[in-house]
Design a protein around this ligand. Structure first.
Ligand SMILES: *Cc1c(COP(=O)(O)O)cnc(C)c1O
Length: 342
C-alpha cells in the first residue's frame, strides 16, 4: 500500500492549523498566547488538542501505542474524517457490506462520494471475493462492521483477513460492539496490516453515549492524517477528564457486560416462547435481531405501551425484523410482559 497515492492530494499537501497549544509545549507560569480569558479558572484554557494524557491511559487499557490512537467526538467523527482524507468527491468510491451501520453511507453522501453496497449472504456474512469484485482502481475504503449492526453477528475472520490482504486501499473494521463478542478484537493484529483502521467507542459497553468519545486505531502515519484534518479542539476537556476517571472502573465495566450478556440470554429464551416470533438471529452484540410475523404492527403496539424498539423492516435482508437492545433486568421484563399481553 502506498499511503501518498491513497490520500487526497490536497490533504497530503496541506499544512494543518497550528494552535497556540501546539506551538508551545511544556510548563510556564504566564500564558498570554491564546487570547483566553484568565479570570475563569478551570475551564478557561484550551484543552490539549491531541489529548495525550487520556490517550496514554487508553493505550494501557487497550495494549496499543498512544501514537496509534485517534480520539473523536464519537465514532462518527473518524467515520467522516476517513472519507474526507481518502476520497476525492465524485471520483473515488467506497465499498461496504449491506445491511450495516447507516452512518457510513450518510457520511459518503455528505462528502459526495459514491457508496457501493454488497449484500451479505443469508447468514449475514460475506465473502472477500464478492466485496473485491465490486472494487475498482477508484475504491479507497472498504467498511466492515463486526459485530455488525443491525444483524448482531461477527463477520468471518478469514474473510476479513483476506480483504485486508487483497485490497490495497483502507479497510475500516468497526468494533463498536466488540466488548460483547465471543471473539477477540483486531487490535492485536493492527501491526500486521498497514491498511487497517479499527473503530471502537465509549458509547456502548462503557455506558458513555452522552459523553461522545470514539476511538480510531491505525498506523501512526494514518493517525497523523486524522490529526491534520480534525478540528483543533475536537474533544473538550469535560469529556477528556471524565473518561480519564471512567477508565479506572475496569472491574465495574466487566460486571456490566456480564449483566447485559445475562439479560441477552434471558431475552433470547423468553422471546423464543412467543408465538409471533419466527426467528432470533445469533448475536455477539448487546442487541437481538428478531424476525416476527408483522414487524410494523408489533412495533406500533409496543410503542403504544411505552416500549420502544427499532423497526428494521425496511432494511435489506431484515424484512419483518425488530432490533431489540438489552436493557436492565426490569426493562427486559417489562418488554417480555408487554409482548405476552399483545
Ligand atoms: C453505536 C455505533 C457506533 C457508535 O457511534 P458513536 O458516535 O461513537 O456513538 C459506531 N458504530 C456502530 C456500528 C454503532 O452501532
Amino acid at each position: 500500500m502506498n499511503l501518498e497515492q491513497l490520500v487526497r492530494k490536497n490533504v497530503w499537501e496541506m499544512k494543518p492549523y497550528s494552535s497556540a497549544r501546539d506551538e508551545f509545549k511544556g510548563e510556564a507560569s504566564v500564558y498570554l498566547d491564546a487570547n483566553e480569558n484568565p479570570l475563569n479558572d478551570k475551564y478557561n484554557r484550551y484543552p490539549d488538542p491531541l489529548q495525550w494524557k487520556l490517550k496514554e491511559k487508553i493505550a494501557q487499557v487497550k495494549g496499543v501505542n498512544p501514537e496509534k490512537i485517534f480520539l473523536g467526538n464519537g465514532s462518527d467523527e473518524p467515520i467522516d474524517l476517513v472519507i474526507r482524507i481518502f476520497c476525492e468527491p465524485r471520483i473515488d468510491n467506497i465499498v461496504a457490506i449491506d445491511p450495516t451501520y447507516g452512518m457510513y453511507q450518510v457520511c459518503a453522501n455528505v462528502n459526495d462520494v459514491e457508496y457501493r453496497k454488497v449484500l451479505l449472504n443469508e447468514n449475514f456474512n460475506f465473502k472477500a471475493d464478492e466485496l473485491l469484485k465490486n472494487t475498482d482502481e477508484k475504491t479507497k475504503i472498504i467498511f466492515l462492521c463486526s459485530p455488525n449492526n443491525p444483524t448482531g453477528n461477527l463477520l468471518d475472520t478469514k474473510e476479513i483477513e483476506k480483504t485486508l490482504e487483497s485490497f490495497d486501499g483502507i479497510v475500516v473494521v468497526d468494533e463498536a460492539y466488540i466488548d460483547f463478542a465471543s471473539e477477540a478484537t483486531w487490535l492485536t493484529r493492527l501491526h500486521k496490516y498497514p491498511n487497517l483502521i479499527i473503530l471502537q467507542t465509549f458509547s456502548k459497553a462503557w455506558g458513555l453515549a452522552a459523553v461522545r468519545l470514539g476511538m480510531a486505531f491505525a498506523s501512526p502515519e494514518i493517525i497523523k492524517l486524522f490529526n491534520k484534518v480534525k478540528y483543533p479542539y475536537n474533544v473538550n476537556i469535560l469529556t477528556q477528564n471524565f473518561v480519564n476517571d471512567e477508565l479506572d472502573k475496569l472491574a465495574l465495566r466487566k460486571e456490566w457486560i456480564q449483566i447485559l450478556l445475562n439479560g441477552r440470554d434471558y431475552l433470547k429464551e423468553e422471546l423464543s416462547k412467543l408465538p409471533f416470533v419466527e426467528k432470533i438471529y445469533p448475536t455477539d452484540a448487546n442487541f437481538l435481531l428478531v424476525k416476527v410475523d408483522d414487524a410494523n404492527s408489533l412495533y406500533k403496539q409496543l410503542a403504544g405501551k411505552g416500549v420502544i424498539v427499532r423497526n428494521r423492516n425496511t432494511v435489506s435482508l431484515c424484512v419483518g425484523c425488530l432490533r431489540i437492545t438489552v436493557g436492565t433486568d426490569e426493562e427486559n421484563k417489562k418488554l417480555i410482559e408487554t409482548l405476552q399481553n399483545i
